[in-house]
Design a protein around this ligand. Structure first.
Ligand SMILES: *Cc1c(COP(=O)(O)O)cnc(C)c1O
Length: 359
């Protein structure tokens, strides 16, 4: 396999363009230098249209899970509601428990989205105040996209003080998201999914209200303290040594997303990939998720044949597909179609998959 060919369809990490890999081999600069400050300021300003926000945008050197923990550390003093519909949304629950927070769970069935009416009923019947509610824009384990606009509106209608924390790890730059318009407070994505960089850093947007909340939380730790990041960002940098190669790559990739491909075309390409994948696999596999909420970045399929056998046959042909996740591990496999994957590469893979999965 050459570096240029895209035969990698795992729902994170995703295929990385050779030009991006090349960016990451540039020589080091000091992270307190003028060059770094320029690089940093360009990134922070390009992240604003990506999140559709005028508020604070930041970069942390860590994976997405770390920013889930950071969001809870900075925004929740006591009680939290976690909405779940699969393995990644459930991760919020285990992190909250590990921090000793009082945490309630509103569960949707795997393969279904979180229901806005159920959320509304829960918030009304449960008179206790929640410091925050967690939402997951795109549930990568099941291939379901939640209606964050509707869910956020329900939360805002119930309480102006409850913060809305959104995992957009596998949606940002692939599925439209409007941080300010939807009234979100913390939203983040590690870069190895829709942004299509190697794993290692996470980008986030933080509202003024979330920063104000953090200021009232007495012990926020050190590495994850949003206010330290905000203070450093105002000076054009980050609190401790970042993964500088990722910053090089991120600057180039944001330029590509916003001014090369453009966001609208990128969203359309992802929708095309979803429709192609669902249509071309229908003869030999059942879509595991609710059709109306099927994700534009990842498709979970329950095939007629054994899914591990399909994956190993595909591997022999040079194609890597994602396995099933969590409770769907044995019965499904997943096709990641996010990031920079060309539609033509997806079609080539689907041709091979048809031969393997139908026989
Ligand atoms: C991949 C993923 C995560 C975990 O992100 P890491 O960067 O691996 O920590 C969290 N949430 C969702 C929805 C994901 O797809």
């Amino acid at each position: 396999m050459t570096r240029d060919e895209c035969k990698f369809f795992v729902p994170g990490p995703t295929w990385v363009r050779p030009a991006i890999l090349q960016e990451m081999t540039r020589p080091m600069i000091g992270h307190r230098s003028t060059e770094f400050r320029e690089l940093f300021r360009g990134i922070v300003s390009d992240l604003k249209p990506l999140f559709a926000t005028q508020q604070e945008t930041l970069v942390m050197t860590c994976s997405g899970t770390a920013v889930m923990e950071a969001a809870l550390v900075n925004c929740v003093s006591r009680r939290l509601l976690v909405t779940t519909c699969g393995a990644f949304s459930e991760r919020w629950f285990s992190i909250a428990e590990s921090l000793g927070l009082e945490v309630d769970k509103l569960e949707a069935e795997w393969g279904k989205p979180v229901d806005a009416e159920a959320l509304s009923n829960h918030l009304r019947s449960r008179r206790a105040h929640y410091d925050a509610v967690t939402l997951t824009h795109n549930e990568t384990s099941t291939g379901v996209t939640n209606d964050i606009r509707a869910l956020a509106r329900v939360i805002r209608d119930e309480s102006a003080e409850t913060l809305i924390l959104v995992d957009a790890v596998s949606s940002l730059a692939g599925i439209p998201l409007f941080f300010d318009e939807w009234g979100l407070d913390v939203c983040f994505a590690s870069v190895q999914k829709g942004i299509a960089l190697p794993p290692g850093i996470t980008v986030l947007a933080v509202s003024q209200q979330a920063l104000a909340r953090a200021a009232k939380v007495p012990y926020r730790g050190t590495y994850f303290d949003f206010l330290r990041y905000k203070k450093s960002a105002d000076e054009g940098g980050v609190p401790s040594t970042p993964s500088i190669p990722h910053f090089y790559a991120l600057a180039v990739q944001l330029d590509h997303i916003l001014r090369g491909e453009t966001l609208d075309a990128r969203f359309r390409r992802h929708e095309t990939m979803r429709e192609l994948t669902i249509r071309r696999t229908a003869k030999y596999a059942k879509l595991a998720s609710d059709r109306a909420h099927a994700s534009a970045t990842v498709t979970a399929l329950a095939p007629v044949k054994d899914s591990e056998e399909i994956r190993s046959e595909m591997k022999k042909r040079g194609f890597t597909l994602g396995g099933g996740y969590g409770q769907w591990k044995a019965t499904t496999f997943r096709i990641g179609h996010m990031g920079d994957i060309p539609v033509a590469s997806l079609e080539t893979m689907l041709d091979a998959l048809e031969e393997v999965a139908r026989a």
